[in-house]
Ligand binder design. Structure first.
Ligand code: SF4
Length: 886
């Protein structure tokens, strides 16, 4: 039980880069009611379904609560002494560059700051990278090339007044839902929305034009736009002349690269023309870009191709027009501010002699690094080679999320010293660590984060630290003390670190460095505590900055923006007879990264409970696949087993699979194990959107599911995945007939105890219920054909203290006593538990808009995350209703 105060606390959502303000109302017992903060300018009180379900993820189940060495509990002093001794030995034997840090966009800025200072200033290793490398490194590199600094010029308010909003490589409806709702508000007032994405997604539903480009053809489309603007007199020649360099070269490259845009992109010429005309005719245009652009072997060139069009029309830094990178993680930008990436030093400084001298003097650093370190993928390759011998991973799960994830996982086993600081006890990564340090979790952390619009917000603790968990900054500071640098890391709290960070941002900064929050360097602890969200830069004597570059001055030596010839056209890797398809990986609406938090919520598992691969029906027919069946997806790097989902919106020749599942909750659904470790030559960001792949049906003789109170990991299955339900887990599986016989295998899965069972050996059907004093412990169903997911009648039995004889008979019969198996389809509206068939029925009865559906069923009227799906159902009403009625 965690006793604590119960007063409401304003904090920030720990998931996506929208950075929504949260009001947490703790109950004093370790739980909290979570609401949107109506005063926060990122969301004005709204939360998407993930944010709204935060209260279901903060309990102590599965937490790492004590330091461990080799799996045995130890005290903090012993753990940190072991860490320090290991780092010292490895640095002495192999040099400090044999030590690396792999950080996370989930960390707070203060954590990042201390980690970066310790590594680059004191230990003397440049190898500090972060999972943000997988998220927005291409945008960082593109911004630096064009603007001279890693700056997002725009703010969310620009979406409110834009007349054209272009979404490039962004399923914002699922990945940045609150911003997407803001975009939809703009659309209601007449703004147009263009969605550029190889596949039609939930975001398509709120778009006026869907451009389903061929994978990897973004540069051809944007270069084509630059050429079209030049050829149609739509350039801002005055702006180009006064405020930019390199236009002619970029235009010449665009002409050379764009060629036949229709052929390159696979789009109709009329669609392309419409997009280009809208762009040319609309002064207020905001281009939002996200992972579909960044996660590419040509990601930096893609970003610059977009920026080129804004620079060529002077549409930047002004109200309602400019480029807006949508950051994936809650604090990817905060990490960049402190230099928490391998190719940055600190506070937007790089590695010139002057910058190194400045940082060395400011930190009083004894071992300041000489230059950049290895980026994420190359860092793990160096581990694999034995070049890096010690690694400290903080708050992330690279064994699941890195490309070639099996290779990354294998690399971790080569380390002489592997340290993690984590709040989750069991992850694919944590399982391999030598030293495990319990870190504070979201509701227990104090500090700051920065969202996609440069807005720095406070994250505040509303729960006490459980067990022996400590904040990451403190763990780092204590490690520094064990290494002999305690005086340089003697922070009393996050406010001390924030002030030092603010002071460094303004140190010898005469306006040349974009990141400057020196106005905050003298804040008192109380002022830090009360700090309201603000946008950087906020230099000493100045005010927070809503937009940059409105004056046409950039952070380059001559103050002019740089056009970049964007030439990296074409697919990263060509398909072939062996690998005839292109695999695109991504995210789903209700899960976050590797599910270590969102996977704890039964509510969030209701939308999509299983790992899947989306395929166009024509391709499914070509490869002998049926919707709802199972498939093996294979690439040159690995193979996974996934449920097949047929999707008309999927581009023929392409596959899509989400990256959330891990070995913790699936048998073979580690999708990043399929992804090629190919990176952008400038940004180092991996190509996660286009790996050549093959697909084939997965053979199985039996399918089934097991409902259980404890998580099960069935042996010998071709496929299994487990999802959370109220009171337990539901595990779906498929297997070839087991050697020991089906009944024996199923009994083994259900476990020892009071077992009631039914078997029809001839038909290959086995069902059983395991009880303990009349209480259901597990229910299993196996049959020689794919099993329908059980209805709520089955999962609700976990809440009963004692099953009735009818309940037992129903489990053994595979259906409730009433015979009414739920066939209402999946949950669409998680907030109000509204299933697809009820929405279809409401539409058939006359509800002709999402609002009308909301009036009848309340669906979509709370967080709004499901509104795009309701709109899609409205569009597909005849088919949907027929299917439901059958
Ligand atoms: Fe959190 Fe959702 Fe807001 Fe993103 S959009 S910050 S996940 S509440």
């Amino acid at each position: 039980m965690r006793l604590h105060e119960t007063k409401p606390v304003k904090t920030t959502c720990p998931y996506c880069g929208v950075g929504c303000g949260v009001m947490a109302k703790p109950d004093g017992l370790g739980n909290a009611v979570i609401l949107g903060d109506v005063t926060h300018p990122a969301n004005y009180g709204r939360l998407c379904v993930k944010g709204a379900a935060l209260g279901e993820t903060i309990d102590l189940e599965g937490r790492l609560l004590h330091p461990e060495i080799g799996g045995a509990r130890v005290g903090w002093d012993a753990a940190l002494a072991e860490l320090a001794a290991g780092f010292r030995r490895i640095a002495a034997e192999h040099g400090p560059e044999a030590i690396a840090f792999y950080l996370s966009g989930q960390l707070l800025t203060e954590d990042y700051y201390v980690a970066n200072k310790l590594a680059k200033g004191f230990i003397g290793t440049p190898h500090v990278d972060t999972n943000s490398r997988l998220c927005m490194a291409s945008s960082v590199a593109g911004h630096k090339r064009a603007f001279g600094a890693d700056v997002v010029p725009q703010c969310y308010e620009d979406l409110d007044v834009a007349d054209l909003i272009v979404l490039a490589g962004s399923n914002a409806a699922w990945c940045h839902p609150i911003l997407y709702q803001r975009i939809q508000k703009a659309r209601e007032r007449s703004a147009r929305v263009v969605n550029i994405d190889p596949r039609a997604t939930a975001t398509t539903e709120g778009s006026d034009l869907q451009l389903s480009i061929a994978p990897g053809s973004d540069i051809a489309l944007w270069n084509g736009l630059l050429v079209w603007l030049a050829d149609h007199g739509a350039l801002d020649a005055e702006f180009i002349e006064a405020h930019t360099n390199g236009f002619e070269t970029a235009l010449a490259e665009a002409r050379a690269q764009s060629g036949d845009v229709s052929a390159a992109t696979g789009l109709d010429a009329a669609e392309i023309e419409r997009f280009y005309r809208w762009w040319a005719e609309t002064p207020r245009v905001v281009s939002c870009y996200s992972q579909g652009v960044n996660q590419s072997a040509q990601g930096t060139d893609k970003v610059n191709a977009i920026l080129n069009c804004h620079l060529a029309t002077g549409r930047i830094g002004k109200t309602g027009c400019g480029p807006l990178s949508l950051t994936g993680q809650p604090n990817a930008m905060g990490g960049r501010e402190v230099g928490g990436m391998a190719n940055m030093l600190a506070a937007h400084m790089d590695f010139s002699e002057a910058e190194r001298s400045r940082v060395r003097r400011f930190w009083n650093a004894p071992n300041l690094v000489a230059g950049p370190g290895l980026k994420a993928v190359q860092m793990f390759e160096a581990i694999q080679r034995g070049q890096i011998k010690a690694l400290w991973v903080m708050g992330t799960n690279p064994a699941v999320s890195l490309p070639d994830a099996d290779g990354a996982r294998a690399a971790l086993t080569k380390l002489e010293l592997f340290v993690i600081s984590e709040n989750v006890a069991s992850t694919d990564t944590a399982a391999l660590a030598h030293i495990r340090l319990p870190a504070a979790a979201w509701g227990e952390k104090d500090g700051t984060v920065t969202n996609s619009e440069r807005r720095i917000s406070r994250q505040r603790a509303f729960l006490p630290l459980p067990g022996e968990a400590r904040p990451d900054w403190r763990i780092l500071a204590e490690a520094a003390a064990h290494l002999g640098w305690g005086g340089d890391f003697a922070y009393a709290g996050p406010a001390d670190i924030f002030r030092e960070h603010a002071a460094l941002s303004g140190f010898e900064n005469d306006g040349q460095r974009a990141f400057d929050i020196s106005a905050r360097e003298c804040m008192t602890k109380a002022e830090c505590e009360q700090m309201r969200p603000f946008q950087w830069p906020h230099p000493r004597g100045g005010a927070p900055t809503r937009r940059l570059f409105a004056d046409g001055r950039f952070f380059t030596p001559d103050g002019k923006a740089q056009f970049v010839a964007a030439g990296g056209a074409g697919l990263a890797a060509a398909v072939s007879a062996d690998w005839p398809l292109v695999l695109n990986t991504g995210r789903i609406r209700d899960q976050w990264h590797t599910m270590t938090r969102t996977g704890k919520s039964a509510r969030l598992s209701q939308h999509i409970a299983e790992p899947f691969v989306e395929i166009h029906p024509e391709d499914a027919a070509r490869f002998g696949l049926a919707g709802g069946g199972l498939a093996e997806v294979k690439t040159a790097y690995g193979a996974v087993a996934l449920r097949v989902v047929l999707a008309e919106g999927q581009r023929p020749g392409s596959l899509f699979a989400p990256m959330h599942w891990s070995a913790e909750n699936s048998g073979a659904a580690r999708v990043c194990a399929l992804v090629q470790p190919l990176t952008d030559p400038v940004s180092g960001q991996p190509e996660s959107k286009a790996t050549p792949a093959h697909i084939r049906p997965l053979a199985a003789s039996h399918w089934g599911y097991c409902l259980s109170r404890e998580m099960l990991r069935p042996d010998g299955c071709a496929y299994w995945s487990a999802s959370r339900v109220a009171g337990g887990f539901l595990t779906g599986f498929a297997l070839e007939a087991p050697e020991e016989g089906l009944a024996a295998w199923a009994r083994g899965l259900a476990g020892q105890g009071d077992l009631a069972e039914f078997e029809d050996a001839g038909l290959g059907i086995f069902r059983a219920a395991r009880l303990d004093d009349g209480r259901l412990i597990a229910a299993i169903h196996v049959a020689p054909e794919p099993a329908e997911p059980p209805g709520e009648w089955l999962t609700s039995l976990l809440s009963k203290q004692r099953l009735t004889p009818e309940d037992r008979r129903a489990i053994l019969a595979g259906r409730p006593a009433s015979g009414a198996v739920n066939r209402e389809g999946g949950i669409v509206c998680v907030c109000f538990q509204v299933r697809a068939a009820r929405i279809a029925a409401a539409i058939a009865q006359g509800a002709d808009s999402a609002e009308a559906v909301g009036l009848v069923l309340r669906a979509g009227t709370n967080c709004g995350s499901c509104v795009p799906e309701i709109k899609r159902m409205l569009k597909d009403t005849p088919q949907t209703f027929r299917a439901a009625a059958e």
